[in-house]
Ligand binder design. Structure first.
Ligand SMILES: NC(=O)c1ccc[n+]([C@@H]2O[C@H](COP(=O)([O-])OP(=O)(O)OC[C@H]3O[C@@H](n4cnc5c(N)ncnc54)[C@H](O)[C@@H]3O)[C@@H](O)[C@H]2O)c1
Ligand SMILES: O=c1ccn([C@@H]2O[C@H](COP(=O)(O)OP(=O)(O)O[C@H]3O[C@H](CO)[C@@H](O)[C@H](O)[C@H]3O)[C@@H](O)[C@H]2O)c(=O)[nH]1
Length: 426
């Protein structure tokens, strides 16, 4: 099949590489010429393990192309997949302006039957809206099928998630379109959910909402565990063994961030509100996530024992490990909170060093801790979790290590003379 993908971001590039690997001819398009130029040289503008190799293979095999000629490929391909961003607006709603301009391009380009796959995360009803916009713009009804096919990949494990997805959701009006999209994924073994478009759109939002609630729930439980001297990691393990609950997404810590969970729960709350439905659980999840940073700040202040001009080293800036994405990162939000206390903040991340007022960046983790009164682990990068704690202890001025991801081995740290501080751990 010839497939045009619009939007060369985390989802667009990953999906393009995977579909080309499945034997399709894929044209991955984007408006940003510099991005496309880099991709054509085999350079990946994002960090995603394994992606560079897969993209190189697609280019070499002649099955994967990157181009800025969005409309030309839309006109030539029977399948067009939309993978542009749907970022949050100030009021919480999803910004549909990128998607709007794709629809305008589609209206000007479609010349024969085209399946338009909506891969971007969009509010319920958006596929219907795209379809009516195309019809209003003069695209005959029989020329277009809009199919909702939401994406569930996670950054950092995007390839694994795309090649072995838990499920592939396909929401279509006509069975024929559904069948073509299923055929497109042919050799991917997965549970296929063939459904109405509105259900497919809801499945995406509800999945992210549930994940956010699960994380906030364990973070709230961490507070009560701490009050009683219980250990939230042990509690989560015991609870997660119940198959009805499951062990994943029960890792307590600084809270969730990223380009998806925060924005999607806001967008779901917003659209629910337009129908008069108040989503109280989502409201609570958001509040817990925000106040989680205060819980950690309080712990740090207690551990600093009256030192009101400390130097704090922060390890990790991305919203989670194995990505270069800093969108809505709790690590960065925490750094800003520390700066607002008037404290000196030195930071290190294996991949990024975004400019943040009051934060100085180090090239090496051990450089960041020199003279620090406390160290905060804010992102669970492997190289940071498995640091040389004896060396850390030597270089720091103080001895406090605040584990913002509950991932460190307190015994090892204490053996090195450090003072381990976690949240919800006895
Ligand atoms: N990042 C993830 O892990 C992830 C996972 C699942 C779903 N999603 C959803 O997928 C969508 C894309 O997310 P992303 O993180 O890949 O976004 P991104 O910001 O990384 O990339 C989007 C790309 O679209 C391009 N673009 C915007 N308007 C365009 C236009 N009119 N024509 C051509 N290109 C255009 C931008 O230049 C950019 O390169 C969002 O709706 C997101 O919610 C993201
Ligand atoms: O037990 C956990 C699990 C995750 N997190 C945090 O939650 C955030 C989100 O993590 P994750 O969901 O793994 O990352 P994303 O790449 O944002 O993926 C989510 O968002 C994507 C975009 O919609 C979806 O496709 C994925 O299914 C969904 O997991 C990160 O800050 C994590 O550190 C925790 O604090 N505790």
């Amino acid at each position: 099949m010839n497939i045009c993908i619009v939007g060369a971001g985390y989802v667009g590039i990953t999906t393009a590489a995977v579909l080309s690997e499945l034997g399709h001819i894929v044209y991955c398009t984007d408006r940003i010429a510099s991005k496309i130029a880099r991709l054509n040289k085999g350079e990946i503008p994002i960090y995603e393990p394994g992606l560079e190799e897969l993209v190189a293979r697609g280019i070499q095999n002649g099955t994967l192309f990157f181009d800025t000629e969005v409309r030309a490929h839309m006109a030539a391909c029977p399948i067009v997949m939309i993978a542009v961003g749907t970022p949050p607006r100030r009021d919480g709603s999803a910004d549909m302006s990128y998607l709007d301009s794709v629809v305008a391009d589609l209206a000007a380009s479609i010349k024969s039957h085209t399946i338009v796959i909506v891969k971007s995360t969009v509010p319920p009803g958006q596929s219907d809206w795209i379809e009516s916009r195309l019809h209003e713009a003069g695209v005959p009804e029989q020329w277009v099928d809009v199919v909702s096919n939401p994406e569930f990949l996670r950054e950092g494990t995007a390839l694994q998630d795309s090649i072995h997805p838990d499920r592939i959701v396909i929401g279509a009006k006509r069975e024929q379109a559904s069948r073509v999209v299923k055929e497109m994924y042919r050799s991917i073994e997965s549970e296929y959910v063939l459904t109405e478009r509105i259900d497919a759109e809801m499945i995406k939002y509800v999945s992210n909402a549930f994940l956010a609630i699960k994380i906030s729930f364990i973070n709230e439980i961490a507070r009560v565990c701490e009050a009683f001297g219980a250990d939230v990691t042990t509690v989560a393990k015991g609870v997660g063994l119940d198959q009805r609950i499951g062990p994943r997404f029960l890792q307590a810590g600084l809270g969730y961030g990223g380009s998806c969970l925060p924005k999607d729960i806001n967008a779901l709350s917003y659209v629910a509100g337009t129908k008069g439905v108040k989503l109280k659980m989502l409201h609570a999840a958001r509040t817990i996530n925000r106040t989680q940073l205060d819980v950690y700040l309080h712990k740090l202040k207690q551990a600093l024992d009256g030192n009101d001009q400390p130097t704090i080293a922060v390890w990790g800036a991305t919203f989670k490990e194995n990505t270069d994405d800093t969108r809505f990162s709790q690590a960065i939000a925490f750094m800003k909170k520390l700066v607002r206390q008037g404290w000196k903040v030195k930071a290190y991340d294996p991949l990024v060093s975004p400019p943040i007022r009051g934060v100085s960046w180090s090239q090496h983790p051990y450089e960041a801790i020199v003279g620090a009164d406390a160290l905060v682990l804010a992102t669970g990068w492997d190289e940071l979790i498995h640091a040389d704690w004896a060396s850390v202890s030597e270089q720091m001025k103080g001895n406090v290590v605040l584990d913002g991801r509950n991932l460190l081995d307190s015994t090892l740290l204490e053996a090195a003379g450090l003072r381990y501080v976690g949240v919800g751990r006895s």
